[in-house]
Design a protein around this ligand. Structure first.
Ligand SMILES: Cc1cc2nc3c(=O)[nH]c(=O)nc-3n(C[C@H](O)[C@H](O)[C@H](O)COP(=O)(O)OP(=O)(O)OC[C@H]3O[C@@H](n4cnc5c(N)ncnc54)[C@H](O)[C@@H]3O)c2cc1C
Length: 388
């Protein structure tokens, strides 16, 4: 071990970036022996949204201000925050340029999530519930809704949080029922997927399909959107749907600042070692939604905060070990869990090992009030832990 300064660049202060910075600050935030370690966290947004709560915002269970915190609160405890758009990443030199200034590091963790954009002009006709503004506007619209046809639409794959559109449909159904509009309202979910959460296996997928069926939600799998107008969705199989209110997921792509580098793989995402999250560049790691990890089942690991979080801890611990002159022996094992909001204050809890051979082994625990409350607790805990 020598005494030169080590600098760890963390790109993106979303789920993965925050978790990595926190883990590293536990180790290096206070003086670490005689060796100075700098942790620099880069983020473009001034407000940091807790994405799972967007679903509650849609149905009035949260106000916009309740689900974000100031990004500036992430600074401190050994974490230096640089706010601004990352303009350039140079993985070979482990450097990043923001606001015209280049920062050089000894380690880099890339966690820039996905670029979200509307397609088929859906932004003209509906609400992108994957954004604070879209989820909030959807709530304004549903508050004034008097009955009719509501569409929850997944226009393209991949999309983060495989459960979110299904949760959105079930929360909307509960809201409409409470407003005594159920008899006058048809709720439909359209997706190009073969079924709900297909990567999690047939048992879980069938279970979610069944729950939606019991709630009278019309589910249309294998429906690829072709075009949209003010009232009509048209799908590639020729079918159409006339809607009165529309909530949709945006098109996801890898942020262009990554696509412009040699980090990008054939998949259009960063292809990492699925155990260590190492990229093709030494001491450069990528975690979370901007990565692509193929599973035995032929599909990629879903994009979800739980994976970004666990991968962040693995990478942070391995970097800590390297800096301390130890062997980096931590691995991400493909395990993940998620809550599934069902409406009426209830939720399910599904989890398992997505790296299992020949297919992910994922099971859902009996749905009930408990999991909903655990999800609320997690929201509060996340804010308390990182934004004090
Ligand atoms: C409605 C909804 C519900 C969800 N529910 C769940 C759930 O219940 N469980 C779960 O596990 N996951 C859930 N997710 C998914 C989860 O939010 C993401 O998978 C997770 O946030 C991914 O973490 P990340 O660090 O990879 O990316 P992000 O959290 O998206 O962070 C990326 C960060 O990088 C920043 N950034 C991007 N480009 C630049 C740039 N050029 N310069 C500077 N900064 C930049 C972004 O502003 C962002 O803050 C949900 C998502 C949505 C939309």
């Amino acid at each position: 071990m020598n005494n030169t300064e080590e600098t760890i660049l963390i790109l993106g202060a979303g789920t993965g970036g925050i978790a990595a910075a926190h883990e590293l600050s536990k180790k290096f935030g206070k003086k670490h022996g005689s060796r100075p370690v700098k942790i620099i966290l880069f983020e473009k947004e001034e407000n940091n949204v807790f994405a799972p709560s967007l679903l509650w915002l849609m149905v009035g269970k949260r106000k916009p201000k309740q689900i974000y915190r100031k990004t500036s609160k992430l600074a401190g405890h050994g974490i230096e925050l640089v706010t601004g758009n990352i303009e350039k990443i140079d993985p070979a030199n482990i450097s990043v340029t923001t606001n015209g200034k280049t920062y050089q590091g000894s380690y880099m963790i890339v966690s820039l999530g996905v670029n979200q954009a509307p397609e088929c002009e859906l932004n003209l006709w509906g609400h992108d519930f994957y954004s604070l503004e879209g989820a909030s506007n959807f709530h304004d619209a549903i508050r004034n809704f008097k009955g009719g046809k509501i569409a929850i639409l997944v226009p393209s794959l991949p999309f983060k949080c495989p459960a979110a559109p299904y949760e959105a449909a079930m929360l909307v159904e509960a809201f409409i029922r409470k407003e005594k509009l159920r008899e006058k309202t048809e709720i439909s979910l359209y997706s190009p997927e073969s079924g709900p959460l297909p990567v999690a296996g047939k048992q879980l997928s069938d279970g979610v399909r069944q729950i939606m069926g019991m709630k009278g939600i019309q589910y249309h799998s294998d429906h690829q959107l072709m075009s949209a107008t003010e009232r009509t969705l048209t799908f590639s199989n020729g079918s159409t749907f006339e809607y009165d209110l529309l909530a949709y997921t945006p098109k996801h792509s890898c942020p262009s600042v990554i696509s412009e580098t040699a980090l990008i793989g054939k998949s259009g995402w960063i292809e990492v070692n699925g155990s260590t999250m190492e990229t093709n560049f030494q001491n450069v790691y990528a975690i979370g939604d901007n990565t692509f990890i193929p599973l035995h089942v032929g599909k990629p690991l879903p994009k979800a905060g739980v994976f970004a979080h666990k991968q962040a801890i693995t990478v942070a611990q391995n970097i800590s070990k390297k800096i301390s002159g130890e062997k980096p022996d931590k691995t991400f094992n493909g395990e993940g869990q998620c809550f599934l909001e069902l409406g009426d204050g209830k939720a399910g809890y599904a989890g398992g090992n997505f790296y299992a051979f020949p297919a992910p082994e994922v099971k859902m625990k009996s749905p009930g009030f408990l999991w909903h409350w655990v999800k609320i607790w997690f929201e509060k805990y996340w804010f308390y832990k990182h934004f004090r």
